[in-house]
Design a protein around this ligand. Structure first.
Ligand code: MYR
Length: 281
């Protein structure tokens, strides 16, 4: 059985790994006024953040349609028997549901949708692992079993510079009433039951970095090997400096630097930064 791995563009997997590991990508899109750009194909992350500054219209995002998925699956079916289709949290986007619908209609390909319940490179970690397992010849059931086990060990926390982006896009669950009070602080955010919720109210960004570090430490102190990603929206220098500090303190943690691209950047705004990690062993 030959199994492919498909994800959506919000996993922000580095291009060289997409190629090396034969990962298929279904793009989400951003729209400024009348102009729609497919992430990964039509607009770079740099171009996106420049455009946000230049345009009067704030961008909107959209998921791939069911027929976008059908087209991708048909192409995959030419050379594969099955596909693991890994997507951003179904609590913040209809992408996973579109994959499920397309998967139930397609013939000649077994589609295994997987709701990552998260996004960005944390989602990407599942994708990279699934691609390695598929290359080793593991069956879809074996791959899914491992992905579910990974979920038990996945953590992600992030903060934004300006909560109004998340509030405007309606992706900050149950917090509408709290927005006023949250605006005074730097809330640390995370995913709970597939949705974004405030984790803790923190007064300063310095304290938020420290708190994220203490959460990482809890895992690092009890693990042999941890994989982590520092994920940022146009804060590369801060991300690298933080990575260097953390790498020195936690030698058993392997760090990547990643980014919030156009779609996730629309909802978080420039200046957002976070960290995701999971215990490998
Ligand atoms: C759509 O239009 O379907 C896409 C909606 C995307 C919402 C993104 C909300 C922010 C996600 C933050 C992820 C942080 C992961 C560490």
């Amino acid at each position: 059985m030959k199994t492919a791995v498909l994800t959506d563009s919000t996993a922000y997997i580095p291009d060289h790994l997409i190629e090396e590991k034969n990962i298929y990508i279904a793009p989400l899109s951003v729209t400024f006024g009348q102009d729609t750009y497919r992430e990964f194909y039509d607009i770079t992350t740099e171009e996106f953040y420049e455009k946000v500054k230049a345009e009067k219209d704030l961008p909107k995002t959209s998921q791939p349609s069911v027929s976008d998925f059908t087209t991708k699956y048909e192409a995959i079916a030419k050379e594969h028997d099955a596909v693991i289709s890994i997507h951003l949290s179904s609590g913040i986007s209809g992408t996973y549901q579109a994959a499920v619908s397309a998967g139930s209609m397609i013939e000649g390909l077994d589609v295994y949708p997987f709701d990552s319940e998260i996004s960005a490179l944390a989602q990407g970690f599942y994708v990279l692992r699934a691609a390695d397992l598929a290359a080793e010849g593991k069956t879809p059931d074996e791959i899914l079993k491992e992905l579910r086990a990974m979920k038990e060990n996945m953590h992600a926390y992030f903060m934004v510079d300006d909560l109004s982006h998340l509030a405007r896009g309606g992706r900050l669950t149950g917090a509408q009433a709290m927005i006023g009070s949250l605006l005074q602080v730097k809330p640390l955010l995370h995913f709970e039951d597939k949705q974004i919720v405030p984790f803790e109210k923190i007064r300063t960004s310095k304290k938020a970095f420290k708190r994220m570090e203490s959460l990482l430490k809890e895992t690092a102190d009890n693990a042999e090997k941890v994989k982590a990603a520092i994920i940022h929206a146009q804060r590369e220098d801060t991300a690298k400096k933080w990575r260097d500090e953390l790498s020195e303190k936690y030698p058993n943690v392997e760090f990547e630097i990643s980014y919030f691209g156009p779609v996730i950047g629309t909802h978080l705004g420039e200046g957002a930064i976070g960290i995701a990690w999971y215990k490998v062993k």
